[in-house]
Design a protein around this ligand. Structure first.
Ligand code: DX5
Ligand code: ZN
Length: 216
């Protein structure tokens, strides 16, 4: 089980300190929510902030690209230091072609499905991916409530990945706290993304709480 704090909710005026607290608590990776104001009705970070995060951590960086045109922008995120680029199934682009281009340039890929998308639509892309990210809120904002029906997508993905012996990790994103984390892990998730829960209190304690919930 891995924890991937989303820095969207951290105190950006103390970015390095916030990242260090997460590292001290043993997180495996960081989640960077990139929003373009078109694919989702919100704007967040671009490649420069990703570059700043890269300068202060060696952990794996995953960029969650909530973009209408990830094919146009992925190179900038790779050169900023992102390790894994998460592409939405719902982005209206040639996904396989974009994934091939990412991999040719040394990047790694994941695919993301929105809560209303049947996760099986993402299965044909898994041969190009190492992460399948199941959204448990509608993308666009942190601090929303967990959508329980998204657990069906996690369970279905778990079955498929196990049956086919794929080396793909299932990640869940949205409304994760010490209570919903348990449900997500029981449904088969491997990686938990969390923003407002982790950064809305004592960061180290909250990461520990997520870890202990999921270990029990
Ligand atoms: C939503 C983002 C999530 C979100 C998580 O569009 O993809 O990563 O910021 O925030 P919480 O954990 O507060 O739901
Ligand atoms: Zn995200």
């Amino acid at each position: 089980m891995k924890i991937s704090p989303s820095i969207i909710s951290c105190d950006l005026s103390h970015l390095a300190t916030e990242i260090m607290k997460c590292e001290d608590a043993g997180v495996e990776m960081f989640h960077l929510d990139v929003m373009d104001g078109h694919f989702v009705p919100n704007l967040t970070m671009g490649p420069d902030l990703v570059r700043a995060v890269r300068r202060v951590t060696d952990r794996t960086l995953e960029a969650h690209l909530m973009l209408e045109r990830p094919d146009r922008y992925f190179r900038q995120f790779l050169s900023a230091g992102a390790d894994i680029l998460l592409l939405h199934y719902e982005s209206p682009v040639d996904l396989k072609g974009t994934m091939e281009a990412i991999r040719n340039e040394g990047g790694r890929c994941g695919i993301v499905v929105n809560p209303e998308t049947d996760v099986s639509k993402a299965f044909p892309f898994l041969e190009h991916c190492e992460i399948l990210l199941v959204m448990s809120v509608h993308p666009g904002f942190s601090g929303q409530s967990f959508i329980p029906s998204s657990l069906e997508n996690v369970k279905k993905a778990r079955r498929y990945i196990d049956e086919h012996g794929l080396g793909v990790e299932i990640e869940i994103d949205g409304g994760i706290n010490d209570r919903t984390a348990r449900m997500a892990i029981e449904a088969g998730a491997d990686i938990l993304v969390s923003a407002s829960y982790i950064f809305g209190g004592n960061v180290k304690e909250r990461i520990r709480a997520l870890r202990s919930v999921t270990a029990s």
